[in-house]
Ligand binder design. Structure first.
Ligand code: CP
Ligand code: NVA
Length: 304
């Protein structure tokens, strides 16, 4: 297994399934792992806001017997007060792992190259692999299996969409991204996911018609229309994305028994209505909790 966890594509299908399996054991028997990372420290660098990532890594490392060190932009001012290289070379002598949430994916790739300790991607503009791991863990928990399922992602072809495609492609899940024209996933990410899918029996499709795209979907997934860093586009996007709102009418076109997912935070009334996110088929808080169990598994694999 690679030293770092920067992208779902860093892992083979077998490695992903092994992490999900370990996460299941961690979830059912947390006490078995209470000292597994005793005395080990995870540095957490956040250049963007967070609730779930911050809480689950912080609580997760402590539940494994270790410590967390929170580093906010006001303190380290990455790349301005001190270069990325120097920050990394300092931290690797003090901590046993670094989780970083930042804007440019290149920053995470460079940090991993500089660091002798594992680096974990806690979200970049390109991808959100920890989220996708927790999401497929949640789907497996709810549906009992993964291969052959159909996941329809409705909305912006963003970081979350990329990681869902990459993981679906590895795991044999059919992923359809339905989005307004001009808001498709990054073409390189799409090509990579399609290449991977051709090896696993999965399929990756793009659609601009949400009504037909959700047809027969086992999972309907959405995310905010304007991601962190795109706040100035929020008003324009609100108009463009309106036909892609996940509401009861759209959910009614999915497969009977379909679940609703959202990485959160949600903008209720925009990409999803209250009646959907609060419905019994919504698993959004189960997803959020599963970030904890899955990331504990990832830290166990990388930091022991
Ligand atoms: N889903 C997710 O990563 O949430 P936060 O932005 O709150 O960490
Ligand atoms: N696409 C969202 C995900 C937040 C967890 C963003 O990047 O803001």
């Amino acid at each position: 297994m690679k030293k770092d966890f920067l992208s779902i594509r860093d892992r083979t299908r077998e490695e992903i399934l092994a992490t999900l399996s370990l996460a299941s054991t961690v979830k059912s028997h947390p006490e078995k792992f209470a000292s597994s990372l005793k005395g080990r420290t995870l540095a957490m660098i956040f250049e963007k806001p967070s609730l779930r990532t911050r809480a689950t890594f912080d609580i997760g490392i402590q539940q494994l017997g270790g410590f967390s060190l929170l580093l906010l932009p006001t303190e380290i001012n990455l790349g301005k007060r001190e270069s990325l290289y120097d920050v990394t070379k300092n931290l690797e002598r003090m901590v046993q792992g670094i989780m970083i949430r930042t804007f440019s994916h290149q920053v995470v790739l460079d940090m991993a190259r500089f660091a002798s300790v594992p680096v974990i991607n806690g979200l970049t503009d390109y991808s959100h692999p920890c989220q996708a791991m927790a999401d497929y863990f949640t789907i497996q928990e709810t549906k009992g299996s993964l291969a052959g399922l159909k996941l329809c992602y409705v909305g912006d072809g963003n970081n979350v969409a990329h990681s869902l495609m990459f993981a679906g492609a590895r795991l044999g899940v059919h992923v359809t991204i339905t989005c307004p024209k001009g808001y498709e996933p990054n073409p390189d990410a799409l090509r990579l996911a399609m290449d991977d899918a051709s090896l696993s029996g999965a399929s990756i499709e793009i659609s601009h018609d949400p009504d037909t795209a959700v047809h027969a979907a086992d999972v309907v997934y959405t995310d905010v229309w304007a991601s962190m860093g795109q706040e100035s586009e929020a008003e324009e996007r609100r108009k463009i994305f309106q036909p892609f709102q996940v509401n009861r009418k759209l959910m009614g076109k999915a497969k009977p028994g379909a679940i609703f997912m959202h990485c959160l935070p949600a903008h209720r009334g925009d990409e999803v209505t209250d009646e959907v996110i609060d419905a019994e088929y919504s698993v959004v808080f189960q997803q959020a909790e599963n970030r904890l169990h899955v990331q504990k598994a990832i830290m166990l694999q990388l930091m022991q």
